[in-house]
Every structure is written in structure tokens, then in C-alpha cells.
Design a protein around this ligand. Structure first.
Ligand code: NAP
Length: 293
């Protein structure tokens, strides 16, 4: 069994990006610029945004934060998005989710100009992903594809089961792994809360992607011998073994599943660090104007 080290791979990607940025600056270009909009004061969102800003700094990107009060109106938020869409100093930006209930998430995401949509959530970018055209892939699936590629995991002709069909993880994972590309060419089954015989379907997977948001859901009886298991889930659960009283765990019961796998991602240190790597790669692409619309 090999552990897929997302932390090390993300570090490798960040150092590659850092060299590219240094070269851009040598050539007299400005560094890539990622902006973030944060609405309200949700502590988790605050932590995510801070960590994205810190990582931007590490690789030499410029980052900026636009804070809005929780009672900002939808119209005011759309105005800010319009401003960033037209700011030539900003290459890409993200709107940190979740948003307060009085704001339509879809309306907001649809208002981000596709060429600045480094989260890959705009319908134009989702459509381009579906068609296999150049696009910004959503960060978590992008990060997972990077892991599969960089670890040389064979995907062609493999039976892949994705647990979860969210727009940001499960569905794009299914699309990317079934595409006629490398990595890709899997036969994909996408499971969700109405799937019947989910255990038996999972147990037939050569590659199992768990993205359902239920701690420890995937048990040893659901995993085929030598399967590749990618655990997207992230949960903070109580623990009497840590100083903080909490530990991070995934959607997979790692201790019982790991020994059956050919490859497995741990939590923490697996998919998590690759999500930010995916966002950085998208921002670099935006700065280099790699995609034309
Ligand atoms: P989500 O939007 O809540 O989607 C969960 C999916 O799982 C849904 O499609 C749901 O089915 C399905 N599901 C839930 N319970 C199920 C069950 N008992 N059996 C079968 N299917 C079930 O979650 P998400 O945003 O995709 O995130 C999934 C997990 O990944 C969460 O733990 C999240 O925190 C984590 N995550 C981690 C990262 C990272 O960077 N590591 C990034 C994103 C998400 P229905 O569609 O039928 O409701």
C-alpha cells in the first residue's frame, strides 16, 4: 500500500509555480493576482481565506481581500463582482462560500466573468469541462487529477466509483475520469443518496472516490483488494487523544481500509492541500491568459 502524499505534492506544485512567477517578474511582468470576496464573519470561511492569502504570498502572487458585512445586499455584492470583472490588475477571484441566505449563490457565481472564474464554478466553465475544452477546473477535482497523474495511477479502462454528486466535487470527478483523456477513460459510476446496493457497487471499484461528507462511511467491506481510494471528506470530530480535543478525519475508515488498497489518500494531508494547489494553478493560467473565450 502506498500513501498518496497530498501535502508533499502540493509543496512540489507550489515550488514549480514560484519559479514560474519569479521568471515572469524577471521578464518585467507583474505577478499573478488572486482576489477574494468574503461576506460576513464565519470563522471557517475566514480561516480558508486567510490560508489562501498566505499561500499566495508563499508563491509570489499578489492577493487581496474584499470584506463585506453579512447584511450586504445582493445588488451591492454584484456591483463588487462587476468591479473585479473589470479590474485589469486582478487575474482571477473567488467568492468564498457559503453566502448569507438572502443572496442567491447561483446568481453570484453566474456574475463572475468566466475568464476570472478561477474556482471553475461558472456555467460556461462547467460546460467547457464537459466538452473537454480548455477551462478552469473546480479546484478539488483538479487537485485530485493532479495526484492521479503525478503518482502515475493507471486509469484507462478502470472501473471508477464516485460517492457523491455535488457540483463542486462528485459530478466534476465523474466527468473528468470518464473523459477520453489521460488521466481518464474510466468507466464511471456516480453514486448518491438514492443509490441502491451502494456497498456492492463500491466494492467493485478499481478507483473509489469518497465525497459524501459522512465521517468513516467507507468501511473495509466496501473496498476491493488493491483499489485506489481517494478520500475527499474532511470532518472535525471529538477525540480524547489530541490536545485540542478534536481530530480531522475523512469519509473513509482509514485504519481498516488502508491495508487493502494499492494507493490511499490520508486525512489530513491528502486531498485538502491539493485544493489550494488547484486554485493556484488556475490563477497562474488566468495571469498567463492561457484560455481564450
Ligand atoms: P455535498 O454537497 O454535501 O454532497 C454530498 C453528496 O453525497 C451528495 O451528492 C449526496 O447525495 C451524497 N450522499 C450523502 N449521504 C449519502 C449516503 N448515505 N449515501 C450515498 N450518497 C450520499 O458535499 P461536497 O461539497 O461534495 O463535499 C463532500 C465532502 O468533501 C465533505 O466532507 C466536504 O467537507 C469535503 N470537501 C473537502 C474538500 C477538500 O479540499 N478536502 C473540498 C470540498 C469538499 P444527494 O445528492 O442525493 O443528496
Amino acid at each position: 500500500m502506498k500513501i498518496i502524499d497530498g501535502k508533499a505534492t502540493a509543496t512540489e506544485i507550489k515550488s514549480e509555480i514560484k519559479s514560474i512567477v519569479a521568471k515572469m517578474i524577471d521578464e518585467g511582468k507583474r505577478p499573478p493576482h488572486l482576489a477574494a470576496i468574503l461576506v460576513g464573519d464565519d470563522p471557517a470561511s475566514q480561516t480558508y481565506v486567510n490560508s489562501k492569502a498566505k499561500t499566495c504570498q508563499d508563491v509570489g502572487f499578489t492577493s487581496s481581500l474584499y470584506r463585506q458585512e453579512a447584511d450586504v445586499t445582493e445588488a451591492e455584492l454584484l456591483k463588487l463582482i462587476d468591479f473585479l470583472n473589470n479590474d485589469h490588475e486582478v487575474d482571477g477571484f473567488i467568492v468564498q462560500l457559503p453566502l448569507p441566505k438572502h443572496i442567491s449563490v447561483q446568481k453570484v457565481l453566474n456574475s463572475v466573468a468566466p475568464h476570472k472564474d478561477v474556482d471553475g464554478f461558472h456555467p460556461v466553465n462547467v460546460g467547457r469541462m464537459l466538452l473537454g475544452e480548455p477551462t478552469y477546473l473546480p479546484a478539488t477535482p483538479f487537485g485530485i487529477m493532479q495526484l492521479i497523474e503525478r503518482y502515475g495511477i493507471e486509469t484507462e479502462g478502470k472501473n471508477c466509483v464516485v460517492l457523491g454528486r455535488s457540483n463542486i466535487v462528485g459530478t466534476p470527478m465523474g466527468v473528468l475520469l470518464s473523459r477520453n483523456a489521460s488521466p481518464g477513460n474510466c468507466t464511471v459510476t456516480l453514486c448518491h443518496s438514492r443509490t441502491q446496493n451502494l456497498k456492492a457497487i463500491a466494492a467493485n471499484a478499481d478507483i473509489l472516490i469518497a465525497a459524501i461528507g459522512k465521517p468513516g462511511f467507507v468501511t473495509a467491506d466496501m473496498v476491493k483488494d488493491n483499489a485506489v481510494v481517494i478520500d475527499v471528506g474532511i470532518h472535525r470530530i471529538p477525540s480524547d487523544k489530541t490536545k485540542s480535543g478534536f481530530k480531522l478525519t475523512g469519509d473513509v475508515s482509514y485504519d481498516e481500509v488502508a491495508s487493502k488498497c494499492s494507493y490511499i489518500t490520508p486525512v489530513p494531508g491528502g486531498v485538502g492541500p491539493m485544493t489550494i494547489a488547484g486554485l493556484l494553478l488556475n490563477t497562474l493560467k488566468a495571469a498567463q491568459k492561457e484560455i481564450t473565450y
